[in-house]
Design a protein around this ligand. Structure first.
Ligand SMILES: [Zn+2]
Length: 268
């Protein structure tokens, strides 16, 4: 998993020497924590789809920016995915443990002096829990930005969907495309299947009312249509995500997190 960017630039936190981290601290660095999950992704995709995508995005953003340090923290590869249990391959953390892991990692990075943190998530079940972790940390005056990668380009995702209607799905059109682009040797399209979306509520009410997921009830553990996936689509989507992440890093470098000041500190 610890591949290096083309050109061999050092971007991984765990490979840095102490003086390199100290030097980075003087240049308003951004630290990206890839956050994902190990879980079944249908019969044709590997278990680590959801951590591989934020990891590749983080690594490429870090490699692309030379004006200041962007460092990729050790990936948090295990997530909150109880609803994928029941298909072989899934390893889940409990909700409280997952939130605690994100909080402890963020607190540690913060305590090291790194105050521009991005928790870059790649798993649907982690989305609200990652935000909950950020909310919890804000109460302690620790300020990561928690975001989920596909939310960086929702309009493009919808406009470019042929089958999955703007949803990242699960082993469907988009995750399969991204894997075919990033790691084609790990995808076996001869085993691909399409699953129907199963919603309890009808289409109208289902727009605003839904249950948390319980994917084990789906026939093949897939959401969406992998048969319209392609490496070219994956590359197109990945490129826009990469661009947006780079833009976020550049802007984040220029601003300070909203650390609480003493009451009255705004008064002249
Ligand atoms: Zn996934």
């Amino acid at each position: 998993m610890l591949m290096r960017p083309v050109g061999g630039k050092k971007v991984h936190w765990q490979e840095m020497l102490r003086h390199e981290l100290v030097a980075a601290l003087t240049q308003d660095p951004v630290v990206i924590v890839p956050v994902g999950s190990i879980e079944q992704h249908g019969p044709h995709c590997p278990q680590d789809v959801d951590i591989s995508i934020p990891f590749h995005l983080a690594m490429q953003a870090a490699a692309a920016i030379d004006e200041f340090p962007v460092i990729v923290a050790p990936p948090v590869g295990l997530g909150f995915t109880h609803y994928n249990m029941g298909e072989v391959g899934t390893i889940t953390l409990s909700l409280a443990t997952f939130i605690d892991v994100l909080c402890d990692v963020s607190r540690s990075l913060w305590a090291n002096g790194f105050h521009r943190l991005i928790l870059l998530n790649g798993h649907g079940g982690n989305e609200q829990p990652s935000w909950a972790a950020a909310m919890k940390l804000a109460e302690e005056d620790v300020w990561p930005v928690a975001l989920t990668y596909w939310n960086m380009a929702p309009k493009e995702l919808r406009a470019w969907s042929e089958a999955d209607d703007g949803s990242i799905g699960h082993g469907g059109e988009w995750e399969t495309s991204l894997q075919l682009y990033l790691r084609p040797d790990l995808v076996d399209m001869s085993r691909a299947v399409k699953d129907e979306w199963r919603l309890k509520f009808g289409p109208e009410v289902g727009r605003y009312a839904r249950f948390p997921e319980r994917r084990r009830e789906m026939a093949h553990g897939v959401m969406g249509d992998p048969f319209v996936a392609s490496a070219a689509k994956g590359e197109r989507f990945f490129s826009i995500l990469r661009e947006r992440l780079i833009a976020l890093c550049r802007e984040y470098h220029e601003i300070d997190p909203p650390i609480y000041r003493e009451f009255g500190s705004h008064c002249p």
